[in-house]
Design a protein around this ligand. Structure first.
Ligand code: DAH
Length: 346
């Protein structure tokens, strides 16, 4: 039996020597180390041998087994290395190539701007709420002092939804401004209310460098007892300082919006010329960024609030202009053209 073991060892070594592929190793293992192998047969028959012989044969058999296992391990290692070498030599793997970078997504510049603006107002105690993009005429116009046939409707070219009311009039539309959400906020919340309403608005307009039929606005609205124009100016001034920088000058002038009285527009000192006058600001030194005012008493009433008890201010601004001013972008259509070469810069 001892001779037999020596033979096995030799034969196995010879055959292993001849193996050139990793995948051939398994059949070698089954043949020499597997359950049905001669070696395993010897190991199992040890029990029936006389003690002396069992000791000797057992020791040698285990030694042969350990050595075969060891050779197998070494051979596998050697084959793997040489195979890798040849693949590299053949040029199948170029280890000098830099790794492929994972592409990481990012937020759209308009979304980033919206988040930034909302954060500023949230830090001043405002809450972010959203309204529907498909809105009733009532919320978008009627409740905001813009009845049918009122000339103020002409300032917002409206996209109507093709549904008629019982009286045969169209009363559903794509909201033209987020001020529509102010009445909804009044209906569902009770004072003190401080909300900002970000989102898309729509107007029936041809696209050019400064217009798109869809754009983003943020409307803000605060109601409480004793709110005055001072709170309005203070809030918007703080916003401008935080968004455009500490030293940014701000100007308020009278303006007209049917849902506020008095109404104002706010402008900031031109970011390009610093007030001296240039092409961007049309030589005025100022850039208008939003409309605002003290909410009209009739509007508060329609929202279910008593204008004798509560006063309120509101403001609304287009978002697209802000990153344009900040980054010097001259065409608003770039934001919506899905051109990654443009979007990846932010
Ligand atoms: N909704 C107006 C627009 O889209 C902007 C505006 C003006 C909003 C005055 C307001 C406001 O909340 O008080 O042109």
């Amino acid at each position: 039996m001892l001779n037999q073991l020596e033979e096995i060892k030799q034969k196995a070594a010879q055959e292993l020597e001849a193996v050139t592929q990793v995948r051939e190793l398994e059949s070698w293992r089954v043949r020499y180390l597997g359950k049905k192998s001669q070696l395993n047969g010897i190991l199992r028959s040890l029990a029936i041998l006389p003690l002396e012989e069992r000791k000797k044969t057992g020791a040698l058999a285990n030694q042969v087994k350990a050595s075969l296992e060891d050779s197998l391990k070494q051979k596998r290692q050697v084959l793997r290395e040489t195979q890798l070498d040849t693949t590299i030599e053949k040029g199948h793997i170029d280890i000098t190539l830099p790794g492929r970078p994972f592409s990481v997504g990012r937020l759209h510049p308009i979304t980033q701007t919206l988040h930034e603006i909302c954060d500023i107002f949230v830090s001043m105690g405002f809450q972010v709420v959203e309204g529907p993009e498909v809105e009733w005429d009532y919320y978008n116009f009627e409740a905001l002092n813009i009845p049918r046939h009122h000339p103020a409707r002409d300032t917002m070219a409206t996209l109507w939804v093709d549904v008629e009311s019982e009286g045969g009039e169209r009363n559903m539309l794509l909201r033209t401004h987020n001020t529509a959400g102010d009445i909804r906020a009044m209906e569902t919340m009770s004072p003190p209310i401080r909300v900002v309403i970000p989102g898309k608005v729509y107007r029936y307009e041809a696209s050019d460098a400064t217009h798109t039929p869809m754009f983003y606005q943020i409307d803000g609205f605060a109601v409480d007892k004793g709110i005055t124009m001072a709170e309005l100016k203070g809030t918007l001034y703080e916003f401008a300082r935080r968004f455009f920088g500490e030293d940014r000058k701000v100007r308020f002038r009278c303006d007209y919006f049917p849902f506020v009285e008095p109404g104002v527009e706010m402008a900031i000192e031109c970011l390009v010329c610093g007030g001296a006058g240039c092409r961007l600001c049309g030589n005025t030194g100022w850039i208008e960024i939003l409309g605002a005012g003290m909410t009209h008493p009739r509007v508060l009433e329609r929202g279910g609030l008593d204008p004798e008890v509560y006063t309120s201010f509101a403001f609304g601004m287009g978002i697209d202009r802000l990153p344009m001013l900040r980054y010097g972008i001259d065409d608003t259509r770039l934001f919506y053209s899905s051109d990654l070469r443009f979007l990846r810069q932010f």
